[in-house]
Design a protein around this ligand. Structure first.
Ligand SMILES: Nc1nc2c(ncn2[C@@H]2O[C@H](COP(=O)(O)OP(=O)(O)OP(=O)(O)O)[C@@H](O)[C@H]2O)c(=O)[nH]1
Ligand SMILES: [Mg+2]
Length: 314
């Protein structure tokens, strides 16, 4: 470590659903700390990834996507996202640049149009809060250069944005430039986490999130938003392995059948994929047991909100 004084602070990543916030957190941290899927509303609560660049420790706050929310759980998620800007030393607005480009060119898909609306809403709220932000135009690997420049031109406002970065969380292109900028923006102060810690999330919760990711990736569109996963028990074994028991909660009996699958094919495949991820993350043998249970109205239950660190009493 150099003689430079240490720095440490918070960088909040906000944006529309699916913009790539969690992917970007993982790319900057250099490890998988946040789950990623192609579906919107993957992230449900605030998650902190910890990255080090030179003398700076950057605590990256991943947030749920911001969208016009109706359900109570969704509203709590959006509220949590904006709550994260209060303590932030840097705010990054992550944009799905190819989707914005299609929107600008007048040929958006339904999702593109929603994403563009949501990105606008994020800008409006940040402006209201008087917060200057860094624009991160993500997914540049999936678009042509002229389209990217058009997006930058359309969105960048010098009076609102401190900088604009064009990057790809997928290929890593441009990610280090953003990280260097964030590092420079962190205030002087002691590091808040040990050097080898990459996430601030209890490992039980992370394990449950990984299973939820595998379910989301596997199930058809409606179901994933109604399910939740909890780690019920974690037993250390003498041989160095661990036995983890998790419950997948669904909202309806029909969903229970779907989550289990014909001859339990779905839940078996999900369990296998989750176990493989967990084993490489924790670098040890894992025995994972999944049970699917019915729990009606879980999205309105106080305990679910508490477990996610969300505010029930809006
Ligand atoms: N081509 C490309 N795809 C990306 C990139 N970054 C993210 N994605 C994809 O975009 C999708 C959404 O990524 P996430 O990281 O889950 O997005 P998010 O903003 O955290 O989404 P929510 O948590 O639902 O708000 C996934 O399918 C990613 O693989 C990128 O740089 N390039
Ligand atoms: Mg996310």
């Amino acid at each position: 470590m150099s003689e430079e004084p240490r720095r440490c602070g918070f960088a909040a990543l906000l944006g529309a659903p699916n913009a790539g916030k969690s992917s970007l957190v993982n790319a900057i941290v250099g490890a998988k700390v946040a789950i990623v899927t192609h579906k919107v509303q993957t992230t449900r609560s605030l998650l902190r990834g910890v990255a080090i660049r030179g003398a700076a420790q950057i605590i990256l706050v991943d947030t749920p996507g911001v969208f016009a929310a109706k359900r109570k759980l969704d509203r709590a998620m959006v509220r949590a996202a904006f709550g994260s800007i209060e303590d932030a030393d840097a705010i990054v607005h992550v944009i799905d640049a190819p989707a914005q480009a299609r929107f600008l060119e007048g040929r958006p898909t339904g999702a593109d149009a929603r994403g563009a609306e949501d990105a606008k809403a994020v800008e409006a709220r940040l402006q209201e809060a008087g917060a200057k932000t860094i624009l991160a135009l993500n997914k540049v690997d999936a678009m042509a250069r002229p389209a990217l420049l058009a997006v930058a031109q359309a969105l960048f406002r010098p009076e609102r944005h401190e900088a604009v970065f064009m990057l790809s969380a997928k290929t890593g292109s441009g990610v280090n430039d953003l990280a260097a900028r964030l590092a420079a923006q962190m205030p002087e102060g002691p590091w808040l986490y040990p050097e080898d810690q990459t996430a601030d999330l209890p490992v039980r919760v992370l394990a449950a999130e990984i299973t939820r990711e595998k379910l989301m990736l596997r199930l058809h569109d409606e179901l994933p938003y109604d399910l939740t996963v909890e780690t019920e028990s974690w037993q250390e074994r003498k041989d160095g392995s661990a036995r983890i028991d998790q419950v997948v909660y669904v909202a309806r009996e029909s969903q229970r059948q779907i989550a289990i699958g014909d001859k339990a094919a779905v839940i078996k495949a999900v369990g296998k994929a989750a176990r493989q991820d967990l084993e490489s993350l924790l670098d040890r043998r894992i025995h994972l047991f999944l049970t699917v249970k019915l729990r009606e109205g879980w999205a309105e239950e106080r305990e679910r909100f508490d477990a996610l660190g969300l505010d029930f009493d809006l």
